[in-house]
Design a protein. Structure first.
Length: 285
């Protein structure tokens, strides 16, 4: 099957190489044409324009900088009868709008959220995968080729769900990195080697991660006291020690304070016997 790929940044180039290695005829295009030269040497056909590249294959994969870049690149392309898979990072609303845009132009559409970094592409044991949402028929028909670079997971018929899953998981990761950064800041300057502390940190976060199951159960049941071990009243009281320690260690608490403030607000509203699931109520507008 002939395949077209638009975008040859670090991720796009990694995708291209896995498809070429798997024997797929591949047409590529990149705004900066010099990035396509190494792939041409590896067997790819290089198109002069995005429209020419799209004409070269029915399955068109896009991996560009942002949603605006997708619209610009495909402005002059004929998408009639094409299968368009957008792996460009964007928001759920952008994905839904792009799906409608693609449908209006005669294409089937899938949006994708890549849960991997370029070195993980084409390495099954790395654990990388891609969320896809939109046309189930397209996903099923093209699953084998889509699964070559990384495992393919269907997130739902709503075109925005791949991006939503992607951003939700990345948001959780960002919070984790904030906590890790604060922890290392606390020990900085002490007679504690970061490399010796790191295994303790990983073990602790791994042990705490299953709390997500408890919170999910509480959110679905509506009972935020279900199975609570450490309640909000206890945690808010303990937060004072965390803040005092940060002050003593001359470390800014700015990574912790926003969440602590939400916990205190929920407690003040009379929910001291809950866990932290009730904070979701304060975040939801």
């Amino acid at each position: 099957m002939e395949l077209t790929l638009l975008g040859l940044g670090a991720m796009g180039a990694a995708l291209a190489r896995t498809w070429l290695a798997a024997g797929y005829p591949l047409t590529v295009w990149n705004r900066t044409s010099s990035r396509a030269e190494p792939l041409e040497a590896e067997g790819a056909t290089v198109a002069a324009t995005a429209a020419e590249a799209v004409a070269g294959g029915r399955l068109v994969v896009v991996c560009l900088l942002d949603d605006a870049s997708v619209g610009e690149a495909l402005a002059d392309a004929d998408l009639t009868g094409k299968d368009l898979v957008n792996l460009t990072t964007g928001t759920p609303a952008q994905a839904r709008a792009r799906a409608a845009w693609a449908q209006d132009r005669g294409a089937r559409f899938l949006d994708g959220g890549i849960m991997a970094v370029p070195p993980m592409i084409g390495v099954p044991e790395s654990g990388g995968y891609v969320f896809y949402s939109g046309s189930r028929a397209l996903f099923d028909e093209r699953h084998d080729v889509l699964a070559v670079p990384a495992a393919a997971r269907f997130a739902g018929a709503d075109p925005g769900f791949a991006a939503l899953h992607d951003v939700a998981l990345l948001s959780a990761m960002t919070g984790m990195f904030a906590g890790i950064s604060h922890a290392f800041a606390l020990i900085r300057g002490e007679d504690l080697a970061p490399k010796e502390f790191a295994p303790l940190l990983v073990d602790w976060l791994t042990a705490m991660a299953p709390a997500a199951y408890e919170i999910a159960s509480q959110l679905e049941s509506g009972d935020y006291t279900e199975g609570v071990g450490s309640n909000l009243a206890m945690m808010v009281e303990g937060n004072a020690t965390l803040l005092r320690t940060a002050e003593e260690q001359r470390v800014s608490a700015e990574l912790l304070v926003p969440f602590m403030d939400l916990m205190a607000r929920r407690l003040a509203d009379g929910h001291g016997d809950e866990g932290t699931a009730g904070v979701v109520e304060l975040l939801t507008r």
